[in-house]
Design a protein around this ligand. Structure first.
Ligand code: MSP
Length: 505
């Protein structure tokens, strides 16, 4: 059995969840669900990044201790993920004892291997990024290029990670496995950063205490980013369960935003190599979700919380929009009108309509009992093509393509029904044949679409009378034509996706 380990970045607890965070998390969830259908052993990790100056300052501003700030905000992330039906297997918090153990063990291994040493650091620091910048990287020589806020001059004794020692090993690794980072443009970006030359990086702080102590020099805490990256190892037992870590590492698939490429595609593999561990298996980099042409941020007041959209679109409508309309890779502009249009077209008019039509005709012309599908025919051929293309798209982490292709099946079936007009025909074998095929398509679509719309998929399954659940089906057999047995009661229910009229406010 294949192992599929998928991760999201761990989210900073200075800020509450917005649709940008949810975008990565929903994508990871859909992938986890797809791989469970394939029968893979899946481990899906998400969580919160709780140390560092940014969190400490947010806590101060809110009159809280950093731990209180972390407890409260971490809970907001869990609530958001419950709301969005996120099936994570573990939610890691970097303030947990298991994580302290993992960070200290991994860093000690790198230290013992001679890749960490003491030095002095003076540099320009952006607290929002939790990162140092060189003057050349700043806007007008003084503003952080991401936040356009003044950077601060920091000087301290730091432990340095000898990143420079890994330049060639990183390039060799990239060259030996061209699929490590996708899309290819991001692989090129990562390799470009490495080729420019790598400088040793500061990985500890004495100026704050909100972090994981450096075990061999407790006046220092590890800089938040190195503590954070190690969560991916902690999550599969590093530092606590060596056999488990051995089984799961490095079968990891990291989903990340383009803003954190350098940390994940350069620093993280090097750090693992320094500790004598294998670098990650796959990294998938996506763009930003823009609102009004800008990245969402607290300071731009353009953040949208998932909870403001779910009451109108439903959980599945929400998930479907982001997976289908925001291709994974480039930046995408969020538009409320676009979300309504997509919902109405694909969910209300196409899938929802297919289900209600089928249920209505089966009730009127087949005595409410779903007939069996025909053994072959146009739709069975479409299903074969669609399955291969859908499988390939999920394997490439292209949910938008996977769903577009799945919906081809829905559209073809609606067209065939419109041509055959079974609602006008007299009951008999012809109507039964058309309805049996349409029910079979609904069964297969329920399976193929379930990673995106898990709740609606189960409801379709139930209404067409099938026993058990979609999530217990296994691919590819569950997508093979002929699985709907016929003879099952079909239920007419309220619209699965009621049509929406856009709000005008
Ligand atoms: N804590 C670090 C990550 C450490 S991972 C070891 C961090 N946290 S974050 O909360 O600021 O952002 C995490 C991720 O959220 C981003 O990389 C990205 O995946 C996602 N997004 C945040 N804003 C986003 C958009 N506007 N659009 C899409 N995703 C964005 O960085």
């Amino acid at each position: 059995m294949a192992r599929f380990y998928v991760t999201t970045p761990i989210y900073y607890v200075n800020d509450v969840p917005h649709i940008g965070h949810a975008y990565t998390t929903v994508t990871a969830d859909a992938l986890a669900r797809w791989h469970r259908l394939l029968g893979d052993e899946v481990f899906f990790l998400t969580g919160t990044d709780e140390h560092g100056l940014k969190v400490q300052r947010a806590a101060e501003a809110n009159g809280l201790t950093p731990k209180e700030q972390a407890d409260q905000t971490s809970e907001r992330f869990r609530e958001a993920w419950t709301l969005l039906d996120i099936s994570y297997d573990d939610f890691i918090r970097t303030t947990e004892p298991r994580h302290y153990k993992a960070v200290q063990q991994l860093m000690t291994a790198a230290y013992d291997n001679g890749y960490i040493e003491l030095g002095t650091y003076e540099g320009l620091y952006c607290v929002s990024c939790e990162a140092y910048y060189t003057e050349a990287e700043l806007v007008d020589g003084k503003l952080c290029p991401l936040h356009l806020r003044p950077v601060e001059l920091f000087k301290e004794d730091n432990y340095f990670f000898k990143l420079s020692a890994f330049q060639q090993r990183l390039l060799d690794w990239y060259e030996a496995d061209p699929g490590v980072v996708s899309p290819e443009s991001k692989r090129n970006e990562a390799m470009g950063l490495i080729r420019q030359g790598l400088q040793d990086i500061s990985i500890s702080r004495t100026s704050i205490s909100w972090g994981v102590p450096v075990p061999w020099d407790p006046a220092h805490v590890f800089y938040v980013w190195y503590d954070a990256l190690i969560n991916y190892a902690t999550g599969v037992g590093y530092g606590s369960d060596p056999a488990r870590f051995e089984a799961w590492w490095p079968a990891v698939h990291h989903l990340i935003g383009k803003d954190i490429l350098r940390f994940h595609c350069v620093y993280w593999p090097a750090l693992l190599m320094a500790a004598g561990l294998a670098p990650p298996h796959r990294l998938y980099v996506h763009g930003f979700l823009l609102v009004g042409g800008e990245k969402m941020s607290k300071t731009a007041f353009n953040q949208i919380a998932p909870a403001t959209l779910v009451p109108e679109f439903g959980v599945d409508g929400y998930r479907y929009h982001f997976l289908r309309d925001q291709p994974f890779g480039p930046d995408g502009e969020f538009s409320y009108e676009g979300m309504v249009a997509r919902y109405n077209a694909d969910l209300a008019n196409n899938l929802g309509n297919l289900l209600s039509r089928v249920a209505a005709v089966v009730e009127r012309k087949c005595g409410g009992i779903g007939p069996a599908p025909s053994s072959s025919g146009r739709l069975s051929e479409v299903v074969c093509d669609v399955y291969d293309a859908v499988d390939d798209a999920w394997a490439r982490v292209a949910p938008s393509e996977a769903l577009e292709t799945t919906w081809r099946l829905v559209r073809e079936t609606n067209s065939l029904l419109e041509a055959a007009e079974p609602w006008k025909a007299s009951p008999g074998p012809e109507v039964d044949a058309v309805m049996g095929d349409a029910l079979e398509v609904l069964r297969i679509v329920a399976v193929l679409a379930s990673p995106a719309i898990p709740g609606a998929a189960e409801e379709i399954w139930r209404r067409i009378g099938l026993p058990g659940s979609v999530s217990s089906q296994r691919l590819p057999s569950a997508a093979a034509w002929g699985g709907y047995p016929g003879g099952l009661p079909v239920e007419k229910g309220p619209p699965l996706f009621p049509r929406l009229t856009p709000r005008v406010d």
